[in-house]
Design a protein around this ligand. Structure first.
Ligand code: C5P
Length: 224
């Protein structure tokens, strides 16, 4: 990895903190590549589910998975979800469900899975630059990144945002259930042994609870 050649901005934080929106705005503004690492894990979970491959037989099927795991991202249009293209198919909607999110969180705690995904993530580091969105972008994957941002927001606010997002996709959601699911997922991501969710030591931490996306971008730009 050489950040001297390709500049990287990492954006980490819990679900609903605004990473996706901010990463997309920056990628469109700078015309840089985008890596939605959560969606990469979600795609792997989706593919394994589709192929009926459990975590216990991942190693046995690793080569088959590797050959068929071609993922691209398209920053798309501001305000719409970043597009996830898997083997030339748009699976944006399929991977952004709470069911896949839950499965993904379990899968992502496993070191074998994290090792598999690591080089896939680094492959996205291409000129003119990369905006990398996730949980461990600044702490593990792009340790030498030029700028590291950690976004956070209250649980209530994050659940509200997630509800709006899911509604827009056509899914009705129970707020109490959503709060519980987010809390469980946060706990799992923070407490796991491998690449737990935490701010990188040299990151800029921004609480987005009371900020509009433009305000967050302004804060980030002050620190670039
Ligand atoms: O960001 P998103 O909600 O799409 O991520 C889904 C799940 O993938 C997270 O809850 C987390 O468990 C996992 N993940 C991860 N490391 C990343 C990105 C996502 O473990 N860099």
């Amino acid at each position: 990895m050489n950040d001297k050649i390709v500049p990287v901005i990492t954006i980490d934080g819990p679900s609903g903190a605004g990473k996706g929106t901010i990463a997309q705005m920056l990628a469109l503004d700078l015309n840089w590549n985008i890596l939605d690492s959560g969606a990469l894990y979600r795609t792997l979970a989706y593919f394994m589910l589709e192929q009926n491959i459990g975590l216990h037989d991942f190693e046995k099927n690793k080569e088959l998975i590797k050959e068929n795991f071609r993922v691209k991202f398209d920053a798309g249009i501001a305000g719409e979800p970043v597009k996830v293209i898997f083997n030339d198919m748009d699976i944006t909607k399929e991977v952004r469900t709470e069911e896949i999110a839950k499965k993904t969180s379990d899968l992502a705690a496993d070191p074998v899975i994290r090792d598999f995904i690591k080089p896939c993530q680094r492959d996205f580091m291409k000129p003119p630059g990369l905006i990398a969105d996730g949980r461990d972008m600044g702490t593990v994957i792009f340790k030498d990144a030029r700028h590291k941002i950690f976004l956070t927001a209250s649980l209530q606010e994050r659940a509200k945002r997630r509800q709006v997002q899911l509604k827009r996709q056509g899914s009705e959601v129970n707020m109490r259930l959503l709060l519980q699911e987010l809390e469980d997922r946060d706990k799992k991501d923070i407490e796991r042994k491998h690449s737990p969710l935490k701010p990188a030591t040299n990151s800029v931490i921004i609480d987005t609870s009371n900020l509009r996306p433009e305000g967050v971008i302004e804060e980030i730009k002050k620190n670039l």
